[in-house]
Design a protein around this ligand. Sequence first.
Ligand code: ASP
Length: 449
Amino acid sequence: MSNAASNGEGKMSLTAKVIVGLVAGILLGLTINILGLNPAGGFVDTYITNGLFHVVGKMFVNALKMLVVPLVLFSLICGVCGIGDIKMLGRVGSKSFGLYILTTAIAIAVAITVAVISGIGSGMDMATESAFSGREAPPLSQVLIDIIPNNPINALSEGEMLQIIFFAILMGVCILMVGKPAKKLVELIEVLNEVMMKMVTVIMEIAPYAVFCLIAKAMANLGLALFAQLIGYVVVLIAVLMLHLFVVIPFILKLFSGLSVTTFLKKARNMQVFAFSTASSNATIPVTLRTVTERLGVRNSVGSFTVPFGATINMDGTAIMQGVATVFIANIYGVDLGLAGYVTVIMMAVLASIGTAGVPGVGLIMLSMVFAQVGLPLEGIGLILGVDRLLDMVRTAVNVTGDAAVSCIVAKSEGKLDESIFNDPKAGVVAGVDIDHDAEKELADVAKG
Ligand code: ASP
């Protein structure tokens, strides 16, 4: 918690408060769960966990989501105008796409290998807990067609991330082509972008309380008894997720950029807590963008593209879950997938992660697609449904860390990473996500004119 040390006049920084909220929420939620204080329809359930905690948590997540679309739109248009060079845009796009695919493929390959070696699920005979009706994930051809919005307003209102990215890039490019007459528009969009960033800062003020509520509710409702039954699956999955977080991502970061792994991981912590609490890469976009630009020194011209793009197509943690879950269920049902089966799983999971958005529980939908492809029974998903919430939180934290790492690598390779910001432990602590109450004063001054 060293980077979360107090700043200002002895006040706790926001990061420190968020972490206190997280730990307190986990403790309270687990206490409620273990003492059985949370029966459905009871007082605690009605007024506390599904009452107060639910309302505060949901309001916060909605507030974050509220910012995603305008933030991505304005910052991406600014980013494209800031790059000013269409060739470079193409390079940033292809590099980040390649790296996102590479990290996802490595993630699932490692997951399958570890899961096969550990032999989880073999010799188990479990009744299905509940039926899972798999929704279809879209085929690749449809994913490609759907990148082009037939109505940009619709894309914005539906939060269709790939469509918004496409529209924003095209608009940015055309603004560049129009040149001088569009100067006023660029200035306006830049101001709008700044205002959106300030809104993130303001909303972050309630984060410690919201994180407390979100986590306390999730922990109170956790199926702890199920955990014991599924211990092998949970342990192997979390172990591979941690391996990816602390070994694979740092290795890739070091290999491709030479940047300090410890600095990166320290600065990523705040963003990981948000991803963990919300279980949504999409809702975390405002925080990821702030972290990447203000704390890690990635220029907005790169971060504004790589972050929303990554939230949509890069899901290392989710891919790991696909790998471990496939091996686990295959072993339970005594199905031998063979090498070809596993290669299919890797390909399917990578493709599915491109076509699906980073929202809670989407991993299960992807899993149903993978199962259908390799012929595993869909009701197998019912087995792991009960423990998926916590695992979703952990894998989302891994997902956003991958997005941030790729952003740093691409920015570094394009000369768009400010290393003085990256290496400064205090960078962005006041003006970034890790604000203290000076931001309030600053705002009040602006309001006073
Ligand atoms: N919740 C994850 C995310 O938003 C996706 C998933 O694994 O379900 O990145």
